[in-house]
Design a protein around this ligand. Structure first.
Ligand SMILES: NC(=O)c1ccc[n+]([C@@H]2O[C@H](COP(=O)([O-])OP(=O)(O)OC[C@H]3O[C@@H](n4cnc5c(N)ncnc54)[C@H](OP(=O)(O)O)[C@@H]3O)[C@@H](O)[C@H]2O)c1
Length: 244
């Protein structure tokens, strides 16, 4: 009999998702490490959690594919007996002005950030156990609305909308739905392609004058997924050092 609560963390082979997986495992969750292409990295995260005495399973699934998402939930249920927490972390960012965004960049961001979140939310709405928690991923760019973030910010604004709607639709099920909206955080998604001086300038924007670390965001997710976050529902929690 497995008494641990079970969390699926999408996109947890790297970056914030890997830190969330580490933190939830340390907090006693059995964790499903989802990834799209980085099998070796995901297996390394899973192996570390097992070595630390946790329960973990790496499962490949492209969140933009509804059948793959169903199979992801099937795998979690088969391995651990059910699902209590969904952390909808998988996401991509392709920065360009609206004038310069080609169709492929638009469709790729919508497919993973918006449709991917929808696919997992639909599954979670049907399958999470009572007491469950859903933590979506938005971004502080929804508040900052800088040039070149148009499509990315639009996908994250849509995730915030679904967060509020699903929280209401799950009335009576004892499941909370919230979103975390990080500011600039030191991962591949933020750092790749940015010159060092741009990284340093963006790091200084927040009053706390540093980039977020994946562990900062993992702590925010752990709060919403754990006992202390139980009364928070339908909210967007910006975790960004005060940048907005
Ligand atoms: N970093 C920031 O500054 C920042 C700020 C605000 C919000 N966010 C949000 O935070 C979340 C995590 O971002 P990050 O910075 O940790 O990104 P990251 O370092 O680029 O990692 C992205 C993760 O998502 C996975 N992924 C990508 N496409 C996927 C797909 N189709 N299906 C399943 N998994 C997929 C990747 O898996 P593979 O390794 O297999 O590709 C990887 O594990 C995203 O939703 C992002 O929008 C980040």
């Amino acid at each position: 009999m497995n008494n641990a609560k079970v969390a699926i963390v999408t996109g947890s082979s790297r970056g914030i998702g890997a830190a969330v997986a580490q933190r939830l495992a340390a907090d006693g969750f059995a964790v499903v490490i989802n990834y799209a292409g980085s099998a070796a990295a995901a297996e390394t995260v899973a192996r570390q959690l097992l070595q630390q005495g946790g329960q973990a399973l790496a499962v490949q699934a492209d969140v933009s594919d509804p059948a793959a998402v169903r199979a992801l939930f099937d795998a979690a249920e088969q391995a651990f007996g059910g699902v209590d927490v969904l952390v909808n972390n998988a996401g991509i960012m392709l920065n360009a002005t609206i004038a310069d965004t080609d169709d492929a960049a638009f469709e790729h961001q919508v497919a993973i950030n918006l449709k991917g979140s929808f696919n997992t939310l639909r599954e979670a709405a049907k399958r999470l156990r009572s007491g469950g928690r859903i933590v979506n991923f938005s971004s502080s760019v929804v508040g900052m609305l800088q040039p070149s973030y148009g499509v990315y910010a639009a996908t994250k604004a849509a995730v915030e909308a679904m967060t509020s709607v699903l929280a209401k639709e799950l009335r009576g099920k004892n499941i909370t739905v919230n979103a975390v909206a990080p500011g600039p955080t030191a991962t591949d998604l933020f750092l790749n392609g940015k010159p060092q001086e741009v990284v340093e300038r963006l790091a200084k924007l927040a009053p706390l004058e540093r980039l977020g670390q994946p562990q900062d965001i993992a702590a925010t997710v752990a709060f919403l997924a754990g006992a202390d976050g139980g009364w928070i529902n339908g909210q967007v929690l910006r975790a960004n050092g005060g940048i907005i």
